[in-house]
Each structure stands twice: as structure tokens, then as C-alpha cells.
Design a protein around this ligand. Structure first.
Ligand code: DQA
Length: 145
């Protein structure tokens, strides 16, 4: 099973700046991820929190919950959360960082990811397809499907 974590404000997807993040709601995105996971032979569990500490605890506990990989969209925490960076480093599972928007084509403060240095890789700029591509990577590296 792969743990999909969406961070702050991603519960507002569909309504939040749709010209940047699209019109797909979080619920729809979660359903898409389940379907894409199923195609790849990956079970997925979707979680979202607006709280940094909750995300830290989910990351810390992922291996004990028997997850084999993590897909993480840290939202704005991407750009400043050393706590999330340390949480990723504290555990052995591969983490793929995902963003709907191309953070490198946006405001200066979004161009740096603090969390990315502990991630296997980053996929950004492809909207909901960023999640699909991350699942494809995880399926390959986890040798399932
Ligand atoms: C985001 C990009 C972040 O800069 C922003 O704070 C978000 C969403 C994305 O998916 O494009 O909340 O992670």
C-alpha cells in the first residue's frame, strides 16, 4: 500500500485558485489516485491535513502501518518545513514529492523546496497527472503491478 498525503489547503482543491490548481476537487483527485493505483497494482490510502504535526506523525508511522512508499504534496509546507524534511529523513520509505503547479514558474518563494532534498524525486506542473506519474514511479521501484 502507498500512502498519499496532501498538506495544507489541498482540501480546498476545485474551489481554490482554479486557474492554478484546476477544477478537480480533492475527493475527485483521491478517487483518481485509487483508480490509477489499481491499474498499477498499487493499493493507495489517501489522507489530507492542514496540520504540519499530523503530517509528521503520518510520515513517521508509515512503515509501522505497513505502507511501502509515500506520495507527498506538502502544499505550502514545501517551502519552509524543516520538520517535514526531518520526518522524511527519519524513516526508510521512498517519498515522491508532488505538486499540481509548476513551482519553478511561480513566485520566487515557491521555487525552493525544503522537503525535496529528502525525496526520491519531485514531479510538478502536470496538474493531477503529477500524481499519476508519481504512482507510476512508485509502482516501478516497488516492483508491483
Ligand atoms: C502546491 C504548490 C505550493 O506552493 C502551494 O502552497 C500549494 C500547492 C501544488 O500542488 O502546486 O498549496 O504544493
Amino acid at each position: 500500500m502507498v500512502l498519499i498525503l496532501n498538506g495544507p489547503n489541498l482540501n480546498m482543491l476545485g474551489r481554490r485558485e482554479p486557474e492554478i490548481y484546476g477544477r478537480t476537487t480533492l475527493e475527485e483527485l483521491e478517487e483518481l489516485c485509487e483508480a490509477w493505483g489499481a491499474e498499477l497494482g498499487l493499493g493507495v490510502v489517501n489522507r489530507q491535513s492542514n496540520y504540519e504535526g499530523q503530517l509528521v506523525e503520518w510520515i513517521q508511522g508509515a512503515e509501522a502501518e505497513d505502507f511501502v512508499g509515500i506520495l507527498l504534496n506538502p502544499g505550502a509546507l514545501t517551502h519552509y518545513s524543516v520538520a517535514l524534511l526531518d520526518a522524511i529523513k527519519s524513516q526508510p520509505l521512498p517519498v515522491v514529492e508532488v505538486h499540481l503547479s509548476n513551482i519553478h514558474a511561480r513566485e520566487e518563494f515557491r521555487r525552493h523546496s525544503v522537503t525535496a532534498q529528502a525525496a526520491r524525486g519531485i514531479i510538478c506542473g502536470f496538474g493531477t497527472l503529477s500524481y499519476r506519474l508519481a504512482l507510476l514511479y512508485l509502482a516501478e521501484v516497488l516492483e508491483v503491478g
